[in-house]
Design a protein around this ligand. Structure first.
Ligand code: TYD
Length: 216
């Protein structure tokens, strides 16, 4: 895959879906998966998406309690991303398939830098991102939800997830949202205002955006 100029060839489109915990991202992606089940779209996620990436995901999950340092966290998310880009995302795009990815590098910026209030690592984040990410999403879709409501939803759901940040308070949710809102403008993007819309309405909006973008 090395040396292939992604921008110079006819390739599939790359969509990343982002949103703070509790935003309904998971159910929206489920609908996309069901709608585009006919093939031609590769669904994947971060951290994960490859066997090694899934091991890294487990590593992040298992070590959630003992406060891994932020650099280690960024390196692990980026290691998973490097593997993912090389083994899944770029090959799929080059073969003309579209890729819909549950989270991408905006998550690292929102969670590790903003969420954990580590602006002292912003420069390091940028350098690392520049090294690892040689293909950015053609479209970021952000499910945007009020942090208080999102926090409340997660607390009530008790769902089984990666849960590194489950125990964090509402302030963490506010910072993650700030991270998204302050940086998504650097990319082609669509923001879905979740508000108090019924889940079906949110799913319909996300589906509409994806269909239009992929021409499906
Ligand atoms: P997951 O169970 O996939 O939750 P969600 O459905 O909310 O995506 O867990 C992913 C968690 O990992 C989520 O809390 C966000 C976090 N994360 C980071 O902190 N940095 C990253 O770079 C990525 C990709 C995810």
């Amino acid at each position: 895959m090395k040396g292939v100029k992604m921008e110079n060839i006819c390739r599939g489109k790359f969509i990343a879906i982002e949103g703070g915990d509790g935003s309904g991202k998971g159910t929206a992606i489920k609908i996309l998966r069901e709608t585009f089940a006919d093939g031609g779209v590769v669904f994947t996620r971060e951290p994960g998406g490859t066997p090694l990436g899934e091991q890294i995901r487990e590593m992040l999950q298992k070590n959630a309690e003992d406060e891994m340092c932020v650099m280690t966290e960024m390196l692990l998310f980026n290691a998973s991303r490097a593997e993912h880009l090389e083994k899944v995302i770029k090959p799929a795009l080059l073969s003309g398939k579209h890729v819909i990815c549950d989270r991408f590098s905006l998550s690292t910026l929102a969670y590790q830098i903003y969420g954990q209030r580590r602006d002292d690592f912003l420069d390091k984040f940028r350098k690392l991102d520049q090294i690892v990410v040689d293909v950015n999403p053609d479209l970021y879709i952000l499910l945007d939800l009020d942090p208080e409501v999102a926090h409340d939803r997660v607390m009530k759901s008790g769902r089984d997830k990666l849960s590194r940040f489950d125990e964090k308070g509402v302030d963490f949710y506010r910072m993650v949202r700030l991270g998204y809102i302050s940086n998504i403008g650097k990319f082609n993007n669509k923001i879905v205002d979740v508000g108090d819309k019924p889940p079906l309405e949110v799913q319909r909006e996300v589906l509409q955006i994806a269909k239009e973008f992929l021409g499906k």
